[in-house]
Design a protein around this ligand. Structure first.
Ligand SMILES: NC(=O)c1ccc[n+]([C@@H]2O[C@H](COP(=O)([O-])OP(=O)(O)OC[C@H]3O[C@@H](n4cnc5c(N)ncnc54)[C@H](OP(=O)(O)O)[C@@H]3O)[C@@H](O)[C@H]2O)c1
Length: 358
C-alpha cells in the first residue's frame, strides 16, 4: 500500500499522468449561456421548503448521475418534492426507483465519453450532481483500475461535458482524501489519502477542477439512510443485526461525521441552485466514533446495546486502510448557506426512524 503524497498506486500511474489530457467528450464548445445571475447563495430557505431562485422554473433540469444509488435516489425525491428542479436520472443499470414518481432516466456508463457527451447534449441540464462512483472502499483497494475508471475517468468525462454545455456541476467527494491523523478537517487542510478510494476521489476532484473550474465539490462521509432500492449502509445494517440479536463488533478508534443522505441531498441541492464554486464539506454536525454511533443507533431505535462490542480498526484486517481521527468541519457550508440545516447524529437518526415507521 503506497503511503502519503498524491502518487497513485502502481496501477494508477498511467492515468495519473494523463488526467489533464483525458479526451473531452465530443460536445459543442461554449454551450448554453446561463442567463440567470448567480443567486440564491446563502439565501435558501430550509429543507423541503426550497424556494426557486429568481428566474428558475420547475422546467429547469437537474441531471443526477448515479441516480440509482442512495444519494441519487434522495436527490430525485427532493427535486420532485421541492419542485426546485425537474430531475433527470442517469445510472449504469436500469432505473431502480420508478416508485419515486415521474422523471426521465438514461442508462449510461459515465466512463463512456461518447455516451456522456450525447447525454449532456440531449438533456441540456441547468445543473448536474455527479454522485456516480465506485463506493466500495475495500473493493476499490482490490480493483484499483476499476476504481480509477469509475471515479476519476467518469468524473473527468462528466466535468468536461458540463463545461461544454454550460451546466453547473456539483461533484461528490469524500473525507477519505485526508489521512485521519488530525481531524476534523476544513476545506483548505492538506489532503493525504491513504487508500485507493481516497486517492481516486482526490484525483477526481482535480480532474473536475481542471475541466470545469466553476464546479462545486461536496465532500461527505458515513452516509446513511433508507431507500427500498438500495443496499444496506452502516446504520440500516446495524439495525438489522441488533434486531436479529446478533453480536456486533464496532471500531471505537475511527471517528467520522455521520451524514443522513436526505440532509446531504439538501446540501447538494443548495450548492447547485446557489451555483457554488470550490470545495465544501457537506456532512452531519457531529463527530463520533463508530462504536459511539452504534450506541446512539441502539438508543434511538430502542435496541439492546449490550450486543455491541468495541474493537480496534486494526483487528478487522480490512483491505483498505481507514482514516482514524477524521471528520469534517462544516463552517463554510453554514456561512455560505445558513438556511440549509446541518443535522446532528441524533436528529438524523430520528428522521430515519420516522421514515422506517411510515
Ligand atoms: N456512502 C458513503 O458513505 C460515502 C462517503 C463519502 C463519499 N461518498 C460519495 O458520495 C457519492 C454517492 O454515494 P452513494 O452512497 O449514494 O453511492 P451508491 O449508493 O454506491 O451509488 C452510486 C451509484 O453510482 C452508479 N455508478 C457506479 N459506476 C457507474 C458508472 N460507471 N456509470 C454510471 N453509474 C455508475 C451506480 O449505479 P448503478 O446502481 O446503476 O450501477 C450506483 O448506484 C459517491 O460519489 C461517493 O463516492 C459516499
Amino acid at each position: 500500500m503506497p503511503k502519503g503524497g498524491l502518487e497513485p498506486p502502481r496501477a494508477f500511474a498511467h492515468y495519473a499522468l494523463n488526467v489533464a489530457r483525458l479526451p473531452i467528450p465530443p460536445l459543442r464548445q461554449g454551450g448554453r449561456i446561463i442567463s440567470r445571475a448567480a443567486g440564491g447563495r446563502g439565501s435558501l430557505p430550509a429543507a423541503g421548503m426550497m424556494l426557486l431562485p429568481e428566474g428558475a422554473t420547475m422546467s429547469e433540469l437537474m441531471l443526477i448521475t448515479g441516480g440509482n444509488g442512495l444519494l441519487g435516489t434522495k436527490l430525485i425525491e427532493l427535486c420532485l418534492r421541492s419542485s426546485a428542479a425537474r430531475p433527470v436520472s442517469a445510472s449504469r443499470q436500469p432505473c431502480s426507483n420508478r416508485f419515486l414518481g415521474k422523471f426521465d432516466f438514461h442508462q449510461v456508463d459515465v466512463t463512456d465519453s461518447n455516451a456522456v457527451g450525447q447525454l449532456l447534449r440531449e438533456v441540456r441540464p441547468e445543473w448536474v450532481v455527479h454522485t456516480a462512483a465506485m463506493t466500495d472502499v475495500d473493493g476499490c483497494e482490490r480493483q484499483p483500475e476499476a476504481a480509477w475508471q469509475a471515479n476519476v475517468v467518469g468524473a473527468a468525462m462528466v466535468a468536461a461535458a458540463c463545461k461544454a454545455v454550460g451546466a453547473h456541476l456539483v461533484h461528490l467527494s469524500t473525507e477519505y482524501v485526508f489521512d485521519g491523523r488530525q481531524g476534523p478537517y476544513g476545506e483548505d487542510d492538506p489532503t493525504n489519502p491513504i487508500s485507493v478510494y481516497g486517492r481516486s476521489k482526490l484525483a477526481s476532484e482535480r480532474a473536475v477542477q481542471e475541466r470545469c473550474p466553476g464546479a462545486a465539490i461536496a465532500r461527505t462521509t458515513v452516509l446513511y439512510g433508507h431507500e427500498p432500492n438500495v443496499g444496506p449502509n452502516f446504520v440500516t445494517w446495524l439495525i438489522g443485526q441488533l434486531r436479529a440479536g446478533q453480536p456486533v463488533r464496532l471500531v471505537d478508534d475511527q471517528i467520522g461525521s455521520p451524514t443522513l443522505a436526505d440532509n446531504l441531498a439538501e446540501m447538494c441541492l443548495a450548492l447547485a441552485l446557489g451555483r457554488a464554486c470550490g470545495v465544501y464539506h457537506t456532512v452531519g454536525a457531529e463527530r463520533l466514533d463508530r462504536f459511539a454511533f452504534g450506541r446512539l443507533i441502539a438508543e434511538v431505535f430502542d435496541l439492546d446495546p449490550s450486543h455491541l462490542q468495541p474493537v480496534s480498526t486494526a483487528s478487522l484486517n480490512q483491505a483498505a486502510p481507514r482514516p482514524l481521527r477524521a471528520g469534517l468541519k462544516v463552517d463554510k457550508l453554514r456561512r455560505d448557506f445558513p438556511a440549509v440545516p446541518v443535522l446532528g447524529a441524533h436528529e438524523g437518526l430520528e428522521v430515519l426512524r420516522r421514515q422506517l415507521e411510515e
